[in-house]
Each structure stands twice: as structure tokens, then as C-alpha cells.
Design a protein around this ligand. Sequence first.
Ligand code: NAD
Ligand code: LMR
Length: 327
Amino acid sequence: MSTTPLKVAVTGAAGQIGYSLLFRLASGALGDRPIQLQLLEIEPALKALEGVVMELDDCAFPLLAGVEIGADPTKIFDGVNLALLVGARPRGPGMERGDLLSANGAIFTAQGKALNEVAADDVRVGVTGNPANTNALIAMTNAPDIPQNRFSALTRLDHNRALSQLAAKTGASVNDITRMTIWGNHSATQYPDLFHAEIAGRNAAEVVNDQAWVEDYFIPTVAKRGAAIIDARGASSAASAASATCNAARDWLNGTPEGDWVSMAVVSDGSYGVPEGLISSFPVTTKDGDWSIVQGLEISEFSRGRIDASVAELADEKAAVTELGLI
Ligand code: NAD
Ligand code: LMR
């Protein structure tokens, strides 16, 4: 284990997710390696961020090697090994995440360019800010010198939601569930797929044995959970989003367990009929900081239709940001 601190950038660090994420990162969510936090905010939020940094200091985290804050991405991203791009406007009640494209897309052109210029050679970039898949596409396209497989968008929260719903239905522990998959977009069209999932080694769909529950409860509950939280809390998910951001980064850097996989939105190589170049969620395994799409899964007609619908939405979002001149 290296004792050189991992340099981790977090954008939108004074926001809701930031207020949970920074403390998780500093207390060891990525492992035992010391970390240096590089926190980006817009100018008006820097004072609030100074307060958050005082709180980080007051925790005396043994793994926290240092904190730098600022509003210039070329300074904050300098030499970072991991960039967690969270800073973006959240949606409000009645909105879809795609409605945020014009408000948030430009953030990711500027940040992609800055990462391209100053990030470390081994940088990994995880996008949480919505609409996450297409924002990751924007950042990736604006960072032509960074390999495309270093970008991913967060669908781990959807993955975790799916684990939790399946555990509640079957009485299993989330620890016994493996091979869950979220396909497509982090949006209401996403397809949470339990047909390849296993519960203590048994096929999850067979254990559930209730197609109506899968179609009418499981899929819509997972896909619309973000909106349900906004309705209930009056603000979008924050602690669970921070937790999923940590899970995704930890597994990307440290690897997935033997025999299991996770969901990550990554650039398509054409696998499972997803057009090359779209950032779509797939089942992936990770090893030594790289991911691979799990190959060879049988896709039923039921699953095919749902994957295709979500991928069509990603293609529409790509067309919209092309039209906006963002890629
Ligand atoms: P928030 O409004 O509380 O915080 C966002 C922060 O980003 C603010 O402090 C703002 O000042 C900052 N910001 C805005 N533009 C910036 C820029 N150019 N550079 C740096 N910082 C900038 O929002 P939040 O609740 O923390 O959510 C952040 C984003 O994450 C939203 O887009 C939300 O929809 C998204 N989200 C995604 C998931 C997911 O699973 N992918 C889950 C939850 C939330
Ligand atoms: C979520 O899934 O909770 C986030 O993407 C926030 C949202 O807008 O739903």
C-alpha cells in the first residue's frame, strides 16, 4: 500500500452531497491510503466551503494528508489521481434529470478541458452531477488526451437501491446478493435487471418467482427512487449518493470481488448492442484500476426492449449536447 497520498478532487464540495462525501473519503472510504482533498467550488460558495474545511480539520482524520480549496479547476485538478465531479444543479420536483442538460452541461466542458491539461497521468474521473451519463460524455469528449476508459458516470446508487429492494422482497441480506445490473441511463428509463442476479448462488428471478412484482414494483421503484426522495425530502438524495460515489470509486481503484460485478456507466465498445461511444451503464468487473464489461450474458426479449429504450434516450441526450455545441 502506497503511503503517498492519493490526490482526490471533489467538485461542488460545499453542496449537499459534498457535506457527506468529504467526511466519508477522509475517514477511509477508499481504503487505508492517505488522501489529499482538492475541493472545487464556485466563488460564492467558497466561504461556506471554508466552514466545511474547518469541520474536516476538527475531525483530526488520521488519513487526511491535506486539503486545498479554490474556484479555478486548473489549480484544483493539478496532479489529481481521482476526480469526483459532483458539482452541478440538482433537479426539483416534476423535473427529469435530462432537463438539467442545458444548465449543467457547460460545467463539464470546462472541467474536462482542465482535467486534460493538469490531471495526473493515471487520473480516473467519476461523474455524479446530473444528467450523469451525458455529463461524463461531455467531460470525456473535452479531454482528448485522457483515455476514454478513465471516465465513468454513477449508476452505483441505482445498483444499491436494486440490492436493497431485492433484499426486502426476499428476506435475504444484501450481502448474499451478487451480479445485480443496472443498464442504460441514470434516469427513469434505466433498466434494473435481476435476471442474472443471484441470491446465495440461486438465480434471483427464480427465488422471487413473481414477474408482476419485477415489472410493476421492482423496476419502477428503483428507476423512480430519486424522484420519490425529492418528493419526501424536498431535496435530492445526498448521503446515499455520497455513499454510492465512495463505493464506485473504491471498487474502481481496488477491484471487484471474485465472482461478482457492479454497475458502472462507461463508454460503450458496442457490447450488448449499445452504440459505441455512448456512456451507458453495464455490468462491469474491475481490476488494478481498470474496468471490463461482463461479456456473454443472455439478454431476453423483455430485457432487450428495456435496454434499447434507455440507450435511445442516451442517444437523444448526445444529440442535444451536440446541438448545444458542448461536444
Ligand atoms: P447542491 O446544489 O447541494 O450542490 C451542488 C454544488 O455544486 C453547489 O455547492 C454549487 O455551488 C456547486 N457548483 C455548481 N457549479 C459548479 C462548478 N462549475 N464547479 C464547482 N462547483 C460547482 O447539489 P447536490 O445535492 O450536492 O447534488 C449535486 C449533483 O449530483 C446534482 O446534479 C444532483 O442531481 C446529482 N446527483 C446525482 C446522483 C447520482 O446517482 N448520479 C445522486 C444524487 C444527486
Ligand atoms: C438520484 O437518483 O437520487 C439523483 O440522481 C437525484 C435525482 O435527481 O433523482
